[in-house]
Structures are given as structure tokens and as C-alpha cells.
Design a binder for this molecule. Structure first.
Ligand SMILES: [Ca+2]
Ligand SMILES: [Ca+2]
Ligand SMILES: [Ca+2]
Ligand SMILES: [Ca+2]
Length: 360
């Protein structure tokens, strides 16, 4: 069979690559430090024009990777993490606008999400909390100024990929079976829909990424042995834009420092590593150049004048893995066989599929 020959030649290339992966995902559990901090562990960032709502744009990010339905109550947004969307207008890798989201602690069966928009205005509303009931809680649509709507709560993970097949394939002990390793798992999702004009970009060409930050906290003993607590500025602990950049292309020992880095330094600090990783996979120079234009810096590139869909931004339904495999393997159609989500997406905001619930 032609297909199995093609797959086994790819196995050889993957086995030869020194990627240091334990698990290949979009950005789930990709680096040693963030692996221990799930509520700040960004999985994916999405950026797409609102379907059926011209002139409006959707930004979304997910955290809390691989939340099983049976453990959904333990997965929440942290009251000590600042979640951010960063928007670059002029391609210098530095943000020109941002959206910040912070959360109250969960108390009395409720949690509040507070949003700060690019113009500095703010609004707040209830988080759609997880439940172990057979039917999930109805999504709370939070209303902001100027028609802005927002959602924060648990959903199905929209990412799909046969990552187990890829890892077997890489070790020469199997190949893609088409099984979506993310099927059945939930994530914690922040989704916001706002007028494009609010992003503040004049020409419809901009870049987006997500970041999580924690406030620096210092504990010390005072002169009478009392505990003194002081809090400092927020410091970035993770960032991501393009799926699989950190997991596939950044060498293992550099993944933690990549997470605290900024896009304006990506070409300088990681360009060589990314080229080496792609050469290790057998990608030729023409396709390395194409992938570099997508992955360096690690931001989603958006051009509103062009059709939406990865690598022009990213929609929930985009088969980003097949797109990346196509260029990694020099424009050969290699598919993992997991080509759509395990649950249909909603046609209307918040677009994400409802979370998986424990069996009744
Ligand atoms: Ca991550
Ligand atoms: Ca900028
Ligand atoms: Ca899913
Ligand atoms: Ca696929």
C-alpha cells in the first residue's frame, strides 16, 4: 500500500529527529514548569472573524489541559493568574493592544470573570462553572460595552490530533490510527467576541497570541517571627500563538525559557533551533521558509482581507496538524486521520462544544 510506505518513510525521519518530546500536542503540558501549573497552562489560542456577524472578531484561549469529565470540578480558572490576549499591529512582535481577564476565587458556588478591553474599559460576569450533573450548566453569556460578549467556563477541548499515533510512529512501533487523543477531555475556555474596530488595528493585518501571568509573591519572617507577605508585579509564565511550535520545534531544555520569552525575540533566540528541528524532520529549505513565516514569531497572523482559517488566524474547526504536516513533509499530504473534533461546535457564541460530563 502506497500510504503505509509513505508513513514508514516518515517514521524514519521522525525517529532520526532529536525532538525530546514526551507528548506532542498543540501546547498542552509542553514544558516542565508549566506542566505543574494546569490553570496557567495554555493549550491553544484561536482568532477568527465571527461567523454570521460581519465586523466582529473572536479571540479564545484554553487552559487546564486533559481535564477528564470525572475530575471537572477540580479544574477552574485561578484567582492568582492573569490571562491575556496580546495584539501586535505593526509586526514588531510587541503588543500594541491587550485584553486582560482575571477571576475571583470560587466561593459559594460562583466565580466572577473580570475583563479589561483594549480601550481600558472593563466589565465582569459569572463563570459557567463545571458540574458533575449529566447535563452541563448552560453557558453564561457575559455582556460588555459596545456589544462585546464573553464566556468563561469549561468546554470540550476543540483540538484534535492522533498524538499517540504520532509518538508510536516516531518510535517506529506503529503509525496513525486516526484516533483523536484529545477526544472526551475538557478544557477551561475564555472566549470573547468584539467589534474589530476595538482591536485598534487600522489595516486589518495583525498578530495575536495568548499569555498567562502570576504575580510575584515574597514571604518572609518579620523581627517577631511574624509572616510578612508582599506582592510584586505580574510576570509571564507561559505564552503561545501557533499550535505545536513549542512542543515540536523548540528543544526540550529551552521550552521553559521559551514560555517566558516574547515574540519580538523569537527569530533571534529560537530561529536557529526551529530551522534545526525542521531539518531533523527532513523539511527542505523552501518549506522551512514557509513554516518560518507561520511560526516565527510565535503569533497567529491575521489578514482580514483573506479567507479565514489557519494559518490565517485559527478557527476551532481548522485541521492545524494536517496543515503543519503538509509543509513539514515538503508538501506531501500526510494526515494523522483525526480530522475533526469529537463534538460538533455551536453555530453561535461561544462556539465551543459543551463539556463532556461523567456518565449518569
Ligand atoms: Ca501550554
Ligand atoms: Ca507592535
Ligand atoms: Ca474535543
Ligand atoms: Ca488531522
Amino acid at each position: 500500500m502506497k500510504r503505509s510506505i509513505r508513513l514508514s518513510s516518515v517514521i524514519g525521519l521522525c525517529a532520526a529527529a532529536t525532538l525530546g518530546l514526551s507528548l506532542l500536542a498543540a501546547d498542552h503540558k509542553e514544558a516542565p514548569l508549566i506542566n505543574e501549573d494546569p490553570s496557567a497552562d495554555l493549550n491553544d489560542v484561536y482568532a477568527f472573524p465571527a461567523p454570521n456577524n460581519p465586523g466582529r472578531f473572536v479571540l479564545a484561549l484554553t487552559v487546564n489541559p486533559f481535564t477528564p469529565a470525572t475530575a471537572s470540578l477540580a479544574a477552574n480558572f485561578s484567582a492568582n493568574v492573569r490571562y491575556r490576549f496580546l495584539i501586535d499591529h505593526n509586526n514588531d512582535g510587541r503588543p500594541d493592544r491587550d485584553i486582560e481577564i482575571k477571576f475571583s476565587p470560587v466561593a459559594g458556588g460562583a466565580q466572577t470573570a473580570s475583563f479589561k478591553l483594549p480601550d481600558g474599559s472593563g466589565f465582569a460576569g459569572g463563570v459557567t462553572l463545571p458540574t458533575t450533573n449529566p447535563v452541563p450548566n448552560t453557558p453564561i453569556i457575559i455582556q460588555g460595552p459596545a456589544g462585546v460578549i464573553a464566556f468563561a467556563g469549561q468546554t470540550d477541548d476543540p483540538f484534535f490530533f492522533d498524538s499517540i499515533g504520532f509518538n508510536r510512529f516516531r518510535r517506529g512501533v506503529g503509525g496513525f490510527s486516526g484516533r483523536d487523543a484529545f477526544a472526551g477531555f475538557n478544557v477551561s475556555t475564555i472566549c470573547i467576541e468584539l467589534p474589530v474596530s476595538m482591536l485598534g488595528d487600522a489595516d486589518g493585518v495583525f498578530q495575536v497570541w495568548g499569555a498567562t501571568e502570576r504575580q510575584r509573591v515574597t514571604l518572609r519572617r518579620g523581627s517577631r517571627r511574624e509572616l510578612e507577605v508582599s506582592t510584586g508585579p505580574f510576570e509571564q509564565i507561559e505564552r503561545t500563538g501557533v499550535p505545536a511550535v513549542s512542543t515540536v520545534l523548540i528543544p526540550g531544555p529551552k521550552k521553559d525559557s521559551f514560555n517566558v520569552g516574547t515574540p519580538d525575540r523569537d527569530a533571534l533566540d529560537y530561529g536557529g533551533d526551529i530551522v534545526n528541528s525542521l531539518r531533523g524532520l527532513g523539511t527542505n529549505d523552501a518549506n522551512i521558509n514557509i513554516l518560518a513565516s507561520v511560526a516565527v514569531p510565535d503569533t497567529l497572523k491575521v489578514n482580514l482581507a483573506q479567507p479565514a482559517g489557519f494559518p490565517n488566524g485559527r478557527r476551532l474547526e481548522d485541521d492545524v496538524i494536517d496543515t503543519l504536516l503538509f509543509f513539514i513533509f515538503n508538501q506531501t499530504a500526510v494526515s494523522d486521520g483525526a480530522n475533526s473534533n469529537d463534538r460538533p461546535f455551536l453555530a453561535t457564541f461561544p462556539y465551543f462544544a459543551p463539556p463532556h460530563q461523567p456518565p449518569p
